[in-house]
Design a protein around this ligand. Structure first.
Ligand SMILES: Cc1ncc(COP(=O)(O)O)c(C=O)c1O
Length: 370
């Protein structure tokens, strides 16, 4: 029985009627740019994220780009982030003219280590970008504690609806940051039928600036206070996302149940280390990522058995050819490099059946001779 890494067709079969109904509304309205569905979705995501504002944009990448611009980050500035993340986190820092400064990860959660990030602060530091990797929030409050006055852009592309208990209160992904950024890339827990993104913030002035930046920098049509972008969340995408949003919590809960099953089933397998979720965190498990001995051989073995896996991410960002100008060598961020060599993500999507989960576990066990 094949076990794909992700099966969006299985999800679509369950929600098709709702999606089609929302899409038809857009077609009937013929309001394709910033139509009513965008505002409805923005209100719903702000509520989910515990923020006063949510501003749709064209992608999770643009959400980061607009966030940096809204914080006036540009040439000569430094932004601290993790090298163990999707490329966009650092690519956007470069693209606003600033310099990405990396700090290593905390090896259990794979998230940026607040102490190491704080140690990388200079007079030029303009922001820190913790990434809530694989659906688990970074220790967001510790960045504020250790780096007072430095804005936090929380890259929550993989973690919409994740939370963390801070001082006895449940804080949602994006809620505690200066700006939180979300992605609706189709593989995310809340995925559109194309690209899409959103920025969340508690700050009225920042929200106003973000809204302006996404429409070429003009608060009034054809009058431009600054040079911005064409980066709107498509109304068609907002309609799809509105149809999916009521299911998000249930989907993420089922992912956690699958994760618990894997955790127990793989606990005794030598050569495997299941992911660590901190007790104060509720992960949405956008990925279930283990460390595995002989990782590449395991991937080949699972592929032969029809089980989909992927390595997120095989080369840390400080070693990417495009960042050679930073002069960072192998060995600069050993935990990120070790993670890149060891990690592999297993199928975790909510529609996975128990036989598929069993088959995945059996295939891993047979590889390690258990
Ligand atoms: C951590 C992280 N940051 C940024 C992005 C960029 O989002 P998008 O693909 O929507 O541009 C992604 C996802 O793809 C991501 O996983």
């Amino acid at each position: 029985m094949p076990v794909p890494l992700l099966d969006l067709k299985a999800q679509h079969a369950l929600i098709k009627n709702d999606v089609v109904a929302e899409l038809l509304r857009v077609v009937d309205d013929q309001a394709f740019i910033l139509g009513p569905a965008v505002e409805r979705l923005e209100r719903a995501v702000a509520e989910l994220s515990g923020t006063t504002h949510a501003i749709g944009c064209a992608s999770g990448t643009d959400a980061l780009l607009l966030a940096f611009r809204a914080l006036d980050i540009g040439r000569g500035d430094e932004v601290i982030t993790t090298p163990f993340t999707f490329f966009a986190t650092a690519g956007t820092i470069h693209n606003v003219g600033a310099t990405p400064v990396f700090a290593d990860i905390e090896p259990e959660t794979f998230n940026l280590d607040p102490a190491l990030a704080a140690a990388a602060v200079t007079a030029r530091t303009k922001a820190v970008v913790p990434v809530d990797l694989f659906g688990q929030m970074a220790e967001i409050e510790r960045f504020a504690e250790r780096m007072p006055g430095i804005p936090i852009v929380e890259d929550a592309a993989q973690s919409i609806g994740a939370s963390r208990t801070i001082a006895g209160r449940q804080v949602m992904a994006g809620e505690g940051a200066t700006i939180g950024t979300l992605s609706f890339f189709p593989t995310k827990n809340l995925g559109g039928y194309g690209d899409g993104g959103m920025m969340v913030t508690q700050d009225d002035a920042v929200a106003t600036r973000l809204r302006r930046l996404r429409v070429h920098g003009g608060a009034r049509e054809y009058f431009h206070d600054e040079v911005g972008y064409n980066s709107r969340l498509d109304t068609v995408q907002a309609a799809v996302l509105l149809a999916k949003l009521p299911h998000l919590e249930g989907w993420s809960r089922t992912r956690r149940e699958h994760a618990r099953f894997y955790d127990e089933a793989l606990a005794q397998v030598p050569g495997i280390r299941p992911p660590v979720v901190r007790p104060e965190n509720v992960s949405i498990f956008n990925q279930y990522t283990i460390r595995a001995e002989r990782r590449d051989e395991l991937a080949a073995h699972l592929k032969k058995k029809g089980i989909g896996t992927k390595v997120y991410y095989p080369l840390p960002l400080h070693l990417q050819p495009c960042f050679a100008y930073l002069g960072l060598k192998q060995g600069s961020y050993p935990e990120s490099e070790r993670a890149a060599a060891e990690v592999i993500s297993l199928p975790i999507y909510p529609e996975l059946t128990q036989p598929q989960l069993d088959e995945t576990v059996a295939a891993i066990r047979s590889f390690y001779g258990r």
